[in-house]
Design a protein around this ligand. Structure first.
Ligand code: NAG
Ligand code: NAG
Length: 302
């Protein structure tokens, strides 16, 4: 090989390496899985550390006779939906253990919100997540006529559906825009397609309720630094703040309520089942004395 040719090859090699490692000043990886040059691509994906048998252990009763959505929810739907958000850091931020904790936290919310478990339920109240995929006896129409951006469609109902149930016309509008589905006209997609139901829920987890606010993902994985106002409002990074973002004062700032503890116990139960250990949940686990990021008097979220 001539000297010039060797040098040219070396340059080409270096250029390729550099392209693989640097993009926009950040380290990126192109190995392993489809994630279009994201800095999270070097890390393990959820499918690497969370397998189908673990999904079965977390949700053992979802196909039982007593469940209300038997045959609907499955591992593949979760993994397919999760893959869309992994390049943005869902389950891929901060290494494998943080990834497992984030999956336990996200699914802890999902399990609690779709549970038909109760205090003396067989195998315990936390064994009954993914029991529902929609609200069975809606107590109201969930149509806010005053919303001009996402007006109710004639004959369409906006009761709770999905993995982190969506209620109200405006929320179907917002989430639908987020996942590029016409949920305002077709909210039923969230009770017909488990992949879309998980996609909508993960989108909610990954997306701030309002501009300049952190997402549930951000407060959980440590992307968020509390301001002085946050610390005065007792808002610190951790699982408690994820409840604050998703449910606000419907759950938080009311002391140690059964409703709040029901969500926490799902998260801890899943941490244990996944082998991370429930004791890893300790820091800022609850939101009993947190002030809501978005007080219900001034916001229109879930
Ligand atoms: C990837 O995982 C490593 C540990 O395995 C972690 O230190 C790093 O922060 C992760 N990358 C990103 C972008 O979070
Ligand atoms: C569910 O929705 C996804 C995403 O739009 C689509 O790829 C899939 O085919 C749908 N599944 C069913 C059973 O309709």
């Amino acid at each position: 090989m001539s000297g010039t040719r060797g040098a040219a090859l070396l340059l080409l090699l270096l250029a390729t390496l550099a392209a693989a490692v640097m993009a926009g000043g950040e380290k990126v990886c192109d190995k392993g899985w489809e994630c279009s040059g994201s800095r999270f691509c070097c890390n393990e994906t959820i499918g690497d550390f969370f397998k189908a048998y673990q999904f079965e252990e977390l949700f053992p009763k979802r196909n039982s006779d007593l469940a209300h959505a038997a045959g609907f929810w499955d591992y593949k739907a979760f993994i397919t939906a999760a893959a869309l958000f992994e390049p943005r850091g869902f389950g891929t931020t901060g290494g494998k253990e943080m990834g497992m904790m984030e999956v336990a936290a996200f699914l802890g919310h999902v399990g609690a919100k779709t549970s038909c478990g109760y205090n003396e339920a067989p195998d315990g109240e936390t064994a009954w997540g993914l029991c529902y995929n929609h609200e069975l006896s809606p107590s109201q129409s969930y149509c806010d006529d005053s919303n001009e951006l996402y007006p109710c469609v004639e004959g369409v109902e906006y009761y709770g559906r999905g993995a982190l149930p969506v209620y109200w016309n405006y929320n179907y509008g917002i989430v639908g825009k987020g996942i590029k589905q016409d949920l305002l006209n077709h909210p039923e997609l969230l009770e017909q397609n488990a992949t879309l139901a998980f996609e909508a829920a993960i989108w909610r987890w990954m997306t701030p309720m309002k501009r300049k606010q952190p997402s549930a993902h951000d407060v959980f994985v440590g992307n968020w630094k509390p301001t002085k106002k946050d610390t005065l409002s007792k808002r610190y990074p951790g699982f408690g703040a994820t409840m604050n973002i998703l449910y606000g004062d419907a759950i938080c700032g009311k002391g140690s309520t059964d409703k709040m503890n029901f969500i926490i116990s799902h998260y801890q139960h899943y941490l244990g089942l996944m082998g991370v250990g429930r004791e890893r949940s300790e820091d800022n686990l609850d939101c009993s004395d947190q002030v809501a990021f978005n007080p219900s008097s001034e916001s229109s979220d879930f």
